[in-house]
Structure formats: structure tokens, C-alpha cells
Ligand binder design. Structure first.
Ligand code: MOS
Length: 760
């Protein structure tokens, strides 16, 4: 077992425990639906049992007869509510309760409000309805789907990728891989259920909802309800897991707001686990054709990745992961493209590392396949084709420590002891397999604002409307403030998750630590400057006349290089103030000039990844051991080792926690998770945690996380690359590769279950 907090190495911060850790483990950190409110009513969703068709008749008489029922909101009740425009702020363009058309399974058709949750649930079960059902296309290969090119349909995927003459280079490549892969749909199952609570005071609306985007929600609900955004407040102090599912606003929010306005009473709707499968987004299934051509000594010559993703009939959601895979190695010629298949499902959406998780699986599997074909070590094959520039644009990576990660992880794992031939490692009844794969995630950073106050008593307060989604953002922001203000972290308070705070970007794309720490850093620099100027310009005192560059803040004092110092409280006396406050606006290089204004209007803009002058990505290498029972083909994962390089690490404890959780989810997406879609009617089959498999402690014995030192001053002022979405990338391929090593069976679709290993 590894210690919970790795020793900090170069450019790595102290493993400070979460400042909200005690609140979290004692259950005192409130989720949005836990926030006490007077006299609120309970609402329960009624959802469609068909996925395509129309509501033809509704009857509420039995429902309304339930004692305690207050109201039922349904079609015809949404006047004054505008249909959302599909964007990053909304999960779908579906207008809530506008038309009786049903476009996906479990679509909201009514909201029942009652004095108690029990009454609302009972009444919801008594709503009578009939439907005219139409045939529904369930998934990628179902009859009736429509296929369109993905390029340009969304800012996520502007264009297909091309370099050189792929067809010629592939045709003449002496060694070729040409294979098809597939990944399964997955449903968000964060521990915290989805919920919305709306409370009106005259024309002012407060929304309590777990969200990764308080400013985005504020703007979006204002638009839909046609309110002035300044009359809307969104509160989300702690989010119990989001992973993308709480980034865009769903139709539920406007419906609950309307219900609360009609009743003139706060209304709280907690969505059931089962309804969470249909009323929010999900990770869509994908399939891939991947072609990789190489010379006999292993140099890549040609690469083509063709992805096919599922989306809804009404919206074009695309992840376009070829943007990452096509830049990963020194390929030579490249030709990659993506298609979308439109089916009768709800609009998919972000789930942790949306492009990389499904798209790195085929790439990192294919490299392993090629390594066996060439009789090469797969690590050495990657080393041979490692690159420090983009094979498509020629732009350099700002930093890339992929092979350092491989070297450290391989050593810790004991990779040199691997017996290469498949099926050659065994422990009694257990066939042992070792595999590895690359993890990668683009570094995103966005404009962000913060207010920092330093008081004469040596305490500080940070305010920024960022989001605690489980990552420990309050802790790392407090660490940044404590470091720059020379305080102990316990002296710093962090207020987040409220649209009354200065805006921060959506907590998506693993940008928050970089963006928020950069703006907190900037605000602290402002405070330091004001204190230092006061100290050197005062009439008397130990620091008069000193160059400002020689000053620092340490342990409640301003200290000069020559060792002279002045107490913070004395500097505040010079200032004649009890408190110094700085509001900072951080705009990353390459961001549009109006990025802060956009932030105030609910729009986050990110730079990084493949878009700037340099490529900005974090990397990692993951090694796994699988053990497969020779009689039953039961698959176990006794250990995983991952080494990751992501620039400056603010806190080795929270970083390890994110990466470990990511690797466990990666394992889960390889072996457990799959949302099953009924091919006959496009309805979900396993809509409960008893049927939708998620990992438990027994599923993974040992996870080791290595934080490889890396310095990158170009990504942002704080030197931070995000890592929340790094750990779960590549794990799926590492496991598939290990399964091949154990059994000689190459499984090219996920999840891999024991029945796939029984087939001949
Ligand atoms: Mo994450 S899937 O970018 O919220």
C-alpha cells in the first residue's frame, strides 16, 4: 500500500488535507438539496415510458385526489418559458413541456408537487397517460438512424484532420494494423442525485442545484424564463460528483422554477436514480476504425482514426477525440475523421475526459497489437515514436513528459520481469496478464476572477464562483493564497459555488485548478504590492527605502532579503486600514479580449489543448495486472500503477486522489460499466445501481500513483496542468492489453466481460 499523500517532489505542493475534509466526512457539507429552506414543497418528475412518439391523452384526477398534492405542472403551463438554444450551457434543445412530442426514453411529461415527497411520489405514479408510439432507433447500427459528418457541427470538433498522403503511406507500409473497436454508453451515477430547488422572492429567483457552472446556469435560466440575470442567483456549495453531468442545465430546472412561481412557495425536486438515466446526459457509445502503418523496425508511417459517435435526433453532440489521438505520436501521414449517428435517444453529453476515454482505447490497443506483430516491447515502440511536436501542424508541445512517466511507472510496476508471450505467466489457476497504455488530457485554462481579502489579524478570505465537485478546489485555492500571503492554510477561508461571488469558469475540462489558482495568484500579487509599497514608503520603519523586489510575505511579516522585517499589523497601521482587498481578473494568453465579460454573462472560454501556439497536454503512463481464472474466466485486477506529469502539482494528496479515482473509473469502463439499450424500443434496461455496475473496493486491490516532476511555465502563470480527467484515460486499453497478454484474446470492444473470454 502507498501512503495517502506522496512526498512532494520538484514543483509539487504540500499534501495539505482538504480544508473541507471534516465537513465532508461528517456529512456537514451540504449538497444543494440539503440546504435548509422554510416551507418548501416536494416535486416528483413524471417521465415517458416510450422513446419516440407523442402523448395523446393525460388524466390527473387520481393523482390530484392524493392528500397533500398541491399542483401538477405539464403541457400548457410553460407560457413565458423560452426553448433553450443548444450550447455548452444546456443539455438539450428540447423545450421543457412545450410539445407533446416524445424524442427520448424517460422524457419529462409532468411534475407533481405535494406537501411531502411521499404524496408527490404516489400521485406521480397515478398520472394516467396514453401515447402514440413510433418505431425508435436505439443505437449505432439500428435501422432508421441518420449519419452525418461531425466536422463543423460543434465547436468541439471544427474539422477532420489531415497531414500528408495517408492512403499512399499506409498502402506502402510494410506492417499494418487495420482494426475496428467499440465502446459502450455509460450513465453518470454520482453519489449525489440530481436535484433542483427554486425559491422566488417577488421577481427574484434563487436556484439551489448541484452544478459545475453557477454563472452558466444563472444566464441560462434567466434566458429561458426571460428574467434579468441580475434577478437570478444560483447556489451550489458542494457537488457530490458531477463528471460533466452537472455542467449543462437540463429541462428540469425551468419546470421546477415555474412550479415554485405558481405555488408561490419554494419547490424542491430530487430526481430518482432511475430518472437520472434519462433526464440528464450520458456518455454515448462509439465505434472506430483505426489504421496504423509502420516500418519493420517500428517507425510509424501512417495513421488514420475514423470515429463514429451517437447523438440525439435534435442535437449534434460530438466529442471528436481524433483531435487528441491524431497528435499523439510521430505518425508521418494522418487522415482522421468523425461521423455522428442520430438515434432516438436523449442528447449525450460530457462524461469525464469525454473525447479521450473512448478514443484512446482504440489507439492504445492498436499500438499494443502492432508491438506484438513487430515482436517489440510496447513501451519501446511508444518511445521510438514519441514526439515533441504535433505531427499535423508541426507546433511544439509546451512540455511533454510521456516517456519519463513510462520509465517511472514501468520501474515501479516491475515491467522488466514480464514474460512477453501471451499466456506465459501463470499462478495456479490464474492466468496473469500485464499491459500498459498512455494517458493524456488537454490542458485547459480560462479567464477567471477572484476577490481576496487580507485582514490585519493575519486571516484571509478568497471568493470565487468556482465549484467544489470533489476535487478539493477550495483547498488548492487556499494553498495558493496562503503561499503568496505568507499565511498558514488554516488562516484562509474559501467561499465558492455561488453566483454572487466573482465569476470563475465552468468546472469542466479540468481547468479549475489552473484558472482559479492563476486568478488567486494575481489578486494576491496585488495585495502584496500594496503592502510592500506601504512598508517602503512610510515615514519610518524597518523597510523604508527597500526595493520592492526584495520583499516577501512570510509568517505574518513583510521580510526583506537582508533579513529585516515588519509585522503585518504594523503595515496595516501605515495603510490606516484593517483589511486590504483585491479583485483580480485573470485572462490567459490567447483568450479573447472580452473573456471576462463573457464569464459574467455565463460563458467560459478556454485556451490550451491543440488550439494555441503550442500544444498543451498532460500525460501519464498506466500499467495494470489482470488475473483471469483459467476455468471460469473471471477477470480480476489486483494492481494498477500510474505515473503522471501535469506541470506544477498544487497538492500531492488531492492530486493523487483524483488520479487514483480516475484509474479506478478507467478500470470500471473497461470491465464493468455499460448502459444497456433495448434494441426494440431505445429504452434503457439497467436503470438502477443494482444492474448498472460500478466498482467497489473489492474490484481493485492496489492503485499506485506516481507524480512525475514537470515544470511548464508556458501553460499559465501558475504552471498548472489539469489532472482531474487524466487518470481515467488509457486505463481501458491497458486492461484490454493485459487481457490479451494473459489469454491471447484481443477484445476490441468495451466493457470486456468474462463471456467474451469463453468464446472461441
Ligand atoms: Mo468534465 S466531463 O469536462 O465536466
Amino acid at each position: 500500500m502507498q501512503p495517502a499523500a506522496p512526498e512532494p517532489r520538484q514543483n509539487q505542493g504540500q499534501p495539505a488535507p482538504r480544508i473541507d475534509g471534516r465537513l465532508k466526512v461528517t456529512g456537514e457539507a451540504p449538497y444543494a438539496a440539503d440546504i435548509p429552506l422554510n416551507n418548501f414543497a416536494h416535486a416528483v418528475l413524471v417521465t415517458s415510458p416510450i422513446s419516440h412518439g407523442e402523448v395523446t391523452w393525460m388524466d390527473f384526477s387520481e393523482a390530484k385526489a392524493v392528500s397533500g398534492v398541491l399542483d401538477i405542472v405539464t403541457y400548457g403551463d410553460m407560457s413565458g418559458v423560452k426553448a433553450p438554444k443548444y450550447s455548452n450551457s444546456t443539455s438539450t434543445s428540447l423545450a421543457p413541456l412545450h410539445q407533446k412530442t416524445i424524442v427520448h426514453d424517460g422524457q419529462i411529461v409532468a411534475l407533481v408537487v405535494a406537501d411531502t415527497f411521499e404524496a408527490a411520489s404516489q400521485a406521480a405514479s397515478l398520472v394516467r397517460m396514453t401515447y402514440a408510439e413510433q418505431p425508435a432507433s436505439a443505437t449505432l447500427d439500428s435501422p432508421g438512424t441518420e449519419t452525418i459528418p461531425a466536422a463543423g457541427v460543434s465547436p468541439m470538433y471544427p474539422e477532420d484532420l489531415k497531414a500528408g498522403d495517408f492512403e499512399a503511406a499506409f498502402a506502402s507500409a510494410p506492417v499494418q494494423i487495420d482494426a475496428e473497436y467499440a465502446t459502450a454508453p455509460e450513465t453518470h451515477n454520482p453519489i449525489e442525485l440530481f436535484s433542483t430547488t427554486c425559491a422566488w422572492t417577488h421577481d427574484q429567483l434563487t436556484v439551489y442545484e448541484p452544478t459545475q457552472n453557477v454563472y452558466g446556469f444563472k444566464a441560462e435560466i434567466a434566458k429561458q424564463l426571460q428574467l434579468d440575470p441580475k434577478n437570478v442567483r444560483v447556489v451550489s456549495p458542494y457537488v457530490g460528483g458531477a463528471f460533466g453531468s452537472k455542467g449543462p442545465m437540463t429541462p428540469r430546472t425551468a419546470i421546477v422554477a415555474v412550479a415554485a412561481r405558481r405555488l408561490n412557495r419554494p419547490v424542491r425536486c430530487v430526481v430518482t436514480r432511475m430518472q437520472g438515466f434519462t433526464t440528464t446526459t450520458f456518455r454515448a457509445e462509439t465505434k472506430h476504425r483505426l489504421r496504423l502503418g509502420a516500418s519493420r523496425d517500428g517507425k510509424f508511417l501512417a495513421f488514420s482514426h475514423e470515429g463514429t459517435e451517437l447523438t440525439s435526433r435534435i442535437d449534434n453532440y460530438v466529442v471528436g477525440g481524433v483531435d487528441t489521438t491524431s497528435r499523439m505520436y510521430a505518425y508521418g501521414a494522418v487522415a482522421s475523421k468523425v461521423e455522428l449517428v442520430k438515434a432516438d435517444r436523449q442528447t449525450p453529453g460530457y462524461m469525464r475526459s469525454p473525447p479521450e476515454t473512448p478514443y484512446m482505447f482504440p489507439l492504445e490497443s492498436a499500438i499494443d497489437e502492432l508491438a506484438y506483430k513487430l515482436d517489440m516491447d510496447p513501451v519501446e515502440l511508444r518511445r521510438l515514436n514519441d514526439t515533441h511536436k504535433d505531427p499535423i501542424s508541426g507546433k511544439p508541445y509546451s512540455s511533454r513528459s510521456l516517456m519519463e512517466c513510462y520509465d517511472e511507472a514501468a520501474k515501479a510496476f516491475g515491467w522488466s520481469n514480464r514474460v512477453k508471450a501471451p499466456g506465459s505467466m501463470r499462478d495456479g489457476d490464474w492466468m496473469i496478464g500485464w499491459g500498459c497504455a498512455t494517458a493524456v488530457y488537454p490542458t485547459h485554462v480560462g479567464a477567471a476572477t477572484a476577490r481576496v481579502r487580507l485582514s490585519a489579524d493575519g486571516t484571509a478570505d478568497v471568493q470565487s464562483a468556482s465549484h467544489e465537485i470533489g476535487t478539493g478546489i477550495r483547498t488548492v485555492a487556499a494553498q495558493m493564497a496562503a503561499e503568496r500571503l505568507g499565511l498558514d492554510i488554516t488562516a484562509v477561508q474559501c467561499e465558492m459555488g455561488d453566483s454572487d461571488h466573482p465569476p470563475a469558469p465552468v468546472a469542466g475540462g479540468s481547468n479549475s485548478t489552473a484558472s482559479v489558482c492563476s486568478t488567486v495568484l494575481k489578486a494576491c500579487e496585488g495585495i502584496r504590492r500594496r503592502l510592500f509599497e506601504a512598508a517602503v514608503r512610510s515615514n519610518d520603519g524597518p523597510l523604508v527605502g527597500k526595493p520592492i523586489a526584495d520583499l516577501d510575505l512570510k509568517n505574518g511579516e513583510v521580510v526583506a532579503k537582508d533579513g529585516r522585517s515588519q509585522k503585518l499589523s504594523d503595515v496595516f497601521k501605515i495603510l490606516g486600514a484593517g483589511m486590504v482587498e483585491e479583485y483580480a481578473e485573470f485572462v490567459p494568453e490567447g483568450a479573447p479580449a472580452d473573456a471576462v465579460h463573457s464569464l459574467y454573462t455565463g460563458k467560459s472560454t478556454f485556451v490550451g489543448g491543440s488550439h494555441g501556439k503550442k500544444l498543451m497536454y498532460a500525460f501519464g503512463a498506466e500499467f495494470v495486472e489482470v488475473r483471469i481464472n483459467a476455468r471460469t474466466r473471471e477477470i480480476r485486477v489486483p494492481r494498477m500503477v500510474g505515473a503522471f506529469a501535469a506541470g506544477r502539482i498544487m497538492n500531492t494528496r488531492t492530486a493523487r486522489s483524483q488520479l487514483m479515482g480516475g484509474m479506478i473509473w478507467g478500470m470500471s469502463s473497461a470491465l464493468l460499466e455499460e448502459t444497456q439499450v433495448d434494441p426494440r424500443n431505445a429504452r434503457y434496461v439497467n436503470r438502477e445501481l443494482q444492474d448498472y455496475l460500478v466498482p467497489v473496493n473489492a474490484d481493485i486491490a492496489d492503485v499506485e500513483v506516481i507524480l512525475v516532476p514537470e515544470v511548464d511555465d508556458e501553460v499559465n502563470p501558475a504552471g498548472i496542468k489539469g489532472l482531474g480527467e487524466l487518470g481515467n484515460v488509457g486505463t481501458n486499453a491497458a486492461i484490454a492489453n493485459a487481457i490479451f497478454h494473459a489469454t491471447g484474446k484481443r477484445i476490441r470492444h468495451l466493457p470486456i466481460r468474462l463471456e467474451h473470454l469463453l468464446e472461441n
